[in-house]
Design a protein around this ligand. Structure first.
Ligand code: HEC
Ligand code: HEC
Length: 251
């Protein structure tokens, strides 16, 4: 056993020497060129090292939504996508990647990621643009109407008051709502999470796509159920720490 161990050590050392000898002194070998992290401009390694842990390998979805969702890419333009990548979404798990925002990626790297997400994963013409709800809400939401729309469109899967049902998980509990932005709720309502079997805005009630107003109202209802101290056993008034407005944090 020991002899084998020594043999391995010797082989390793020999390999290092041999590798060192094949290039003239002082010159880097052409096949050992290693790029500095901020010089990498290839989408594959950029995405797998920075994004795949949350958005899944090949953008197929994980803890965070699939980016390889053509419905998502049909509603979100490059400027919106780039802004989230660069600046992150404060108050959620989505980090800021731009160096100007404390991240690790250069502007050029963020451009590559933004461009390639679209060129690889979008499908032109899958939606009739006129009938798609806009990415950002244009109208004010009404939580009361949203509660009624929830019953029509969501309750069958997510259960009464969003507490979870047979077909889908709870979406109105403190801990979920505390970590998700209103935009992300809207994105999920419109684009679905096809990778998990969550329908897009057309599929909740067959033959009855949600209107822009209904989507905005359901998001307003979910948002109205956020509490300022999620997970606290005591009521908010028992907490003496000053609280930033939850809405301000999530803008
Ligand atoms: C630590 C987990 C994590 C990592 C790493 C991460 N994301 Fe995210 N991402 C999230 C979460 C969570 C959200 C939803 C945030 C919210 O609630 O708005 C999100 C949202 C997004 C959105 C916006 C979706 C929408 O609703 O419009 C884009 C685009 C995005 N991420 C791209 C990326 C890219 C590209 C990378 C890699 C450079 C990346 N993310 C890395 C967790 C992550
Ligand atoms: C046909 C069943 C079905 C209907 C109807 C439905 N969903 Fe879902 N939804 C799912 C499934 C399945 C998932 C993914 C797995 C899970 O979270 O349980 C999901 C996921 C979600 C998520 C993400 C949860 C997470 O943990 O990331 C949100 C938010 C959501 N749905 C909101 C809604 C809202 C709001 C409605 C109504 C407008 C709705 N859904 C209608 C089945 C459904």
């Amino acid at each position: 056993m020991k002899a084998v161990h020594h043999l391995c050590k010797f082989a390793t050392i020999a390999a290092i020497f041999l590798a060192g000898c094949s290039a003239p002194h002082g010159q880097p070998r052409s096949d050992s060129e290693v790029l500095a992290p901020n010089e990498v401009l290839e989408f594959g390694p950029l995405f797998s090292e920075n994004c795949a842990a949350c958005h899944g390998a090949e953008g197929k979805g994980g803890a965070a939504i699939a980016l390889a969702n053509p419905v998502y890419l049909a509603i979100a333009d490059d400027a919106s996508i780039r802004k989230v990548i660069a600046q992150g979404v404060p108050g959620t798990a989505m980090p800021a990647f731009a160096q100007s925002a404390g991240g690790m990626l250069t502007d050029a790297q963020i451009d590559v990621i933004t461009k390639e997400i679209r060129s690889r994963w979008s499908r032109r013409g899958i939606l009739d643009a006129a009938s798609v709800p806009p990415y950002a809400p244009k109208l004010a939401g009404d939580a009361q109407r949203g509660e009624a729309a929830y019953k029509t469109f969501c309750e069958s899967c997510h259960g009464p008051v969003g507490r979870g049902g047979q077909k889908a998980s709870a979406i109105s509990d403190d801990s979920f709502l505390a970590l998700v932005s209103n935009q992300s709720l809207r994105t999920i309502l419109i684009a679905g999470r096809p990778e998990l079997g969550a329908p897009d805005w057309r599929g909740n009630v067959p033959g009855r796509p949600m209107s822009d107003q209904e989507i905005t109202d359901v998001v307003a209802w979910l948002a109205s159920r956020r509490v300022s101290n999620p997970g606290q056993p005591y009521s908010a008034s028992n907490n003496t720490q000053p609280q930033e407005s939850e809405d301000a944090k999530r803008k």
